[in-house]
Design a protein around this ligand. Structure first.
Ligand code: ATP
Ligand code: MG
Length: 388
């Protein structure tokens, strides 16, 4: 299997052989210079989509109307886009294409020999670890307000500081962040979730004007503000479950629900987040039992405990919670010694709902250690329970 770079060079060579210009651009160039691992490669060229379809035997249409197609090369998908120009009446060139990109570190190109084309001083920005808009004006943020959130994302992902004017413009135009489609917003938030967010990153998110302008995000920001300072320096969050349960936490469950619905999160993720927040509510009221821990489930323990610790400004106790979970008599419904089928055989005259309710009673009694997980014991217990 070819590396990303080798696959990209195959495309560059073929385009060159056909007398077209072609360069690797964007994130791949930046990541190579920063010695970060490359996850995808974008190429830009003066060839049109029709030219590309003629030259390459296999292409995949993804955004033909935007001049983009995918060329699969030995298991890697290379995205190839025709040069763009802000002024559509003018000839698109490499320079006009780079000028339309968001930040200087993302506006470099590299040819097949590895020579860098860097008209906006992206290399210097990388050296100074600074995120700076390509044009010397806030126009890019008005043109596509998602760039505001991309700015937040890159600053966290690359540990770059925001260049002075860029920072001011991001603040000034922050209210525009409500314009892009929620799917695009959620996608950027997912990329933020992939970063290990330490205390100062969480502080940055809490203070950040762009994040504050996002609808339904941090409905109870103040709850976090003071407590964060009390957290240990090693405290961090990472992953979509941990990030989203913090972003959508509210004292009012309806508000959390509204947040996860608004951003159209996947069903399972929504369920995870709301389960975590429900558990956190119980814990804050000191009402949680082993049954609540059981319902939370092992995969959600870390997220719940991190959110709880953050709201209480205290040390993390993830290991304690996990060992408490591990000592539960059963960890899931599947481990119960009886099923709905058993109950139906014991009580042939009863209907589905009654059976379901009985099973739920048994489940809770087992988890709380009120009842051994044994068929005979369960039968006697249930019979007694229903007589009372
Ligand atoms: P990642 O490591 O997350 O893939 P990336 O820099 O490759 O980061 P992409 O979203 O994959 O980011 O976009 C690829 C390139 O396309 C960027 O580096 C940038 O040059 C350009 N780009 C993408 N989205 C925008 C945008 N909204 N405005 C301007 N330029 C953009
Ligand atoms: Mg990319």
């Amino acid at each position: 299997m070819l590396t990303w770079e080798e696959s990209a060079k195959t495309v560059l060579r073929k385009l060159q052989d056909n007398q077209y210009e072609a360069y690797i651009v964007g994130g791949a160039v930046r990541d190579k210079l920063m010695k970060r691992s490359i996850r995808d490669v974008d190429i830009c060229t003066n060839a049109s989509v029709e030219d590309l379809q003629r030259i390459f035997p296999r292409t995949v249409d993804v955004g033909v109307q935007h001049g983009t197609i995918i060329i699969p090369i030995e298991g890697k998908s290379i995205e190839v886009t025709q040069y763009r120009n802000r002024d559509r009446s003018k000839l698109p060139t490499l320079h006009s294409d780079l000028a339309m990109r968001d930040f200087t570190c993302n506006a470099m190109a590299m040819n097949i020999n590895g020579d860098l084309i860097d008209p906006f001083h992206g290399q210097e920005a990388i050296k100074n670890r600074q995120l700076q808009v390509v044009t010397n004006s806030p126009a890019p943020f008005k043109e596509d307000p998602l760039r505001l959130l991309r700015g937040v994302r890159f600053s966290l992902q690359l540990s770059f500081s925001l260049e002075k004017s860029t920072k001011e413009w991001m603040k000034e135009y922050a209210p525009l962040i409500c314009q892009p489609a929620v799917e695009r917003i959620a996608n950027e938030l997912e990329k933020i979730a992939n970063v290990i967010l330490r205390k100062r990153d969480i502080q940055f998110l809490l203070d950040c004007k762009v994040i504050r302008e996002l609808p339904y995000i941090f409905p109870n920001r103040d709850l976090f503000q003071n407590k964060l300072k009390a957290m240990e320096d090693t405290f961090s969050i990472s992953g979509i479950m941990e990030l989203w349960s913090m972003l959508s936490f509210s004292q009012f469950p309806e508000e959390s629900q509204r947040a996860v619905n608004h951003y159209k999160l996947p069903r399972q993720l929504k369920k995870d987040i709301l389960t975590i927040i429900y558990f956190v509510h119980l814990s804050l009221r000191k009402e949680w039992t082993n049954f609540a821990l059981y319902q939370l489930g092992k995969v959600r323990i870390t997220s719940a405990e991190k959110l709880l610790a953050l709201l209480q400004g205290r040390k993390l106790k993830v290991e304690e919670m996990i060992s408490q979970f591990d000592s539960l008599p059963i960890k899931s419904k599947k481990e119960m010694a009886v099923s709905g089928k058993d109950i139906m055989e014991w009580y042939p005259n009863k209907q589905g709902e009654w059976v379901g309710n009985s099973l739920a009673l048994v489940e809770k009694a087992i988890v709380l250690n009120h009842l051994p997980n044994q068929k005979q014991e369960i039968y006697h217990w249930l019979t007694k329970e229903h007589k009372e």
